[in-house]
Design a binder for this molecule. Sequence first.
Ligand SMILES: C[S@@+](CC[C@H](N)C(=O)[O-])C[C@H]1O[C@@H](n2cnc3c(N)ncnc32)[C@H](O)[C@@H]1O
Length: 241
Amino acid sequence: MGQIIHKTDKVARDDRPPDTAGIELKPPNTGLVQSQESITSLMRYREQLRFFRGLVGSIKKPNERLPIDLVVFSLACATGEEPASIAAVALDEMGKKGIRLCEDVNLRVVGVDIDRRSVEKAREKISHGFTIRDTVGKSSPEDLEFVNSRLNEINQVVEIREGNITKPGEIMGLTDANVIFLNAASIHAFKPPNKYREFVDYLAQRVKGNCVIFTTDLFFHKNPDFIEMHLDDKTWLYRKR
Ligand SMILES: C[S@@+](CC[C@H](N)C(=O)[O-])C[C@H]1O[C@@H](n2cnc3c(N)ncnc32)[C@H](O)[C@@H]1O
């Protein structure tokens, strides 16, 4: 997957979040209550998905015979809106660029959440479709249509698993990830908040060199192992150095 990553080499250092040197970095207050409640919606982090679309669109197959693996994790995936949106965007972009699923790219999107009820709901929605009523947030009818119209293919590529993201070593396949989405997870998962450091260290040591991490959580901020890029007012992209 080295081919898709070069775009992020253009990361602008001026895009860094405000300087917090000398201050213990705490996960940002997202305004969400501390609970296992799944607050999410389809196509929620548009700037992340726009950038992700660019990565997928830049895939060049190196060799005529073998498909490329594109492994994407959605950590703390709640009721499936995030992995479904990721898969829909990837499939749409692959379609536009004539990149064939399986023949050219083996796309796998793995959603992981600790809450069994959310996992069950996620599986059900990915099989049967999302409705506006399902999502807390603002999924427009266009967002619903964009995802629901691709459910057949989405089902081929998305897998939802129960798992604990504070134990990344137990998440099978995470070290093969090319792209990781980690959104709105900090206050839910990492208690006490400095637990996230173990998680960041694990990713720094174990994920592939070209892995890209999209997140709303400033876990990786100022970590010398990662280059960062500010995508919009609340989301960042990190790439291993
Ligand atoms: C606000 S939702 C985030 C949904 C999605 N990532 C998004 O931004 O749209 C937070 C999710 O984190 C999950 N969660 C909390 N602690 C976790 C843990 N240790 N491992 C995996 N998931 C966890 C909750 O079950 C909940 O579904």
